[in-house]
Design a protein around this ligand. Structure first.
Ligand SMILES: Cc1ncc(COP(=O)(O)O)c(C=O)c1O
Length: 407
């Protein structure tokens, strides 16, 4: 029997007190955000999410979470987590370097290494921390990073943190990447970083070309499989596996928080590299390990990915049919090629209006606005998940098409 969260949550928070003088500038910043149509609501979810989600008391069909395989609310993960908590307590108590690395974490790292068919893996408190810490460990001033223009914020922040020189190449433009690297012969180390499945566009990185370019320029290649882990490949390890590119990718980052339905991030690669990372990745050294219960739940999700390949197969088929329906109605889905399906609205107000119209039709499909996407590229992002029915997808596609054609 799933547990219920019954404590009442007020949707009318108390009015905020006046800010102290030292923080008065915050009001002006918020006014600017509101004037640009970019204020974000703080929604509260009630209960477990799956096909449906209840937000601020409204229950809608859920196209807003990254729960691609439907494991976030799966009771098998809850049971694994409570068993893990009973065995090892709840808090990790310290950084993995000190006493936070439990048996549950050790098992999870082994399960990840097996899933990705690499020698070793290292677990971080979040995917965000895995990216920032790893990039900042790999390069520093005197080095050069080439980064896709649509990479995730955690990659961008990792690049900034490293203080290496950063060259941005237009989204998936391999000729531009080649030219950027050719102009950096003096750099001590060169690093190419890319999402494998882009989080806002649903496009895939050209991995075979990236491996070839990395090889020719003697550059390191780090890929972020956050949205691909669990979803692609015969084993379900991601797009590196699905495209047969494991030999040319040096470092794989991923997250346990999306298709795996748990939380935390990981880095996977050669054992010697992972051993070195334990001495260099500051978010691993100086941050408390995530709770062992979460590691136990993530390990259970990896088992389920192996045992239930039909989930990723069905997901791929449903997402393809959904994209096809939108494209044949003339909608701009930004070249999406996977379960992330954006409907490009351009202006933030248009994205918010489309999202509101879809909510009125019974669907939660969030509007994504700057800074999550560049100015002029606001969109509504539908995350297709395994638990959506064909009927959900057809009804949603029809609602999107109706709104677009009335606009
Ligand atoms: C491409 C990408 N990388 C990393 C992350 C961060 O992962 P986490 O949510 O586990 O911190 C995200 C999260 O949205 C993402 O989209």
């Amino acid at each position: 029997m799933p547990c219920r969260l019954d404590s009442p949550v007020s949707s009318h928070p108390a009015p905020a007190a006046a800010l102290p003088a030292a923080l008065a500038w915050v009001e002006a910043e918020l006014d600017t955000i509101r004037a640009a149509g970019l204020e974000r609501p703080a929604r509260v979810r009630q209960g477990r999410q799956g096909r449906e989600v209840t937000l601020d008391g409204h229950t809608l069909v859920n196209f807003g979470s990254n729960d691609y395989l439907g494991y976030a609310g799966d009771v098998r993960l809850t049971k694994a987590a409570s068993k893990g908590a009973c065995a090892e307590g709840f808090g990790a108590g310290a950084s993995p370097l000190v006493s936070g690395h439990s048996l549950a974490h050790e098992r999870l790292e082994q399960a990840l290494a097996d899933l990705l068919a690499v020698e070793a893996a290292l677990v971080f408190p979040s995917g965000f921390a895995a990216n920032t810490a790893t990039i900042a460990a790999l390069v520093s001033p005197g080095d050069f990073i080439a980064s896709d223009a649509r990479n995730h914020a955690s990659i961008i922040d990792g690049c900034r943190l490293s203080r290496a020189e950063v060259g941005i190449y237009p989204h998936r433009d391999m000729a531009a990447l080649d030219a950027l690297l050719a102009a950096q012969p003096q750099a001590r180390r060169r690093l190419i970083v890319t999402d494998t499945l882009f989080s806002m566009d649903g496009t895939r990185a050209p991995l075979a070309d990236l491996c070839d370019i990395a090889d020719r320029h003697r550059a390191m290649l780090l890929v972020d499989e956050a949205h691909a882990t669990g979803v692609f490949g015969d084993r379900g390890s991601g797009l590196v596996e699905a495209t047969n590119c494991a030999a040319g990718v040096h470092v794989r980052v991923g997250t346990l928080s999306k298709a795996l339905g748990a939380a935390g991030g990981f880095v996977a690669g050669p054992a010697t590299f992972i051993h070195w990372l334990r001495h260099a990745a500051r978010a691993w050294i100086f941050s408390t390990a995530h709770p062992p219960a979460i590691a136990a739940a993530a390990t259970k999700a990896i088992e389920l990915v192996a045992a239930e390949p039909h989930r990723r197969e069905e997901l791929a088929a449903r997402a393809a049919a959904f994209r096809e329906r939108l494209v044949s109605a003339g909608l701009d889905i930004s070249g999406a090629e996977a379960q992330i399906v954006p409907i490009v609205a351009r202006a933030p107000e248009a994205a918010v209006a489309l999202s509101a119209a879809l909510a009125a039709a019974g669907f939660f499909v969030p509007a994504i606005r700057p800074p999550s996407v560049p100015h002029g590229r606001s969109l509504v992002r539908a995350s297709v998940c395994w638990h959506h029915s064909d009927d959900d997808l057809t009804t949603l596609a029809n609602a999107v098409i109706r709104h677009a054609h009335c606009d």
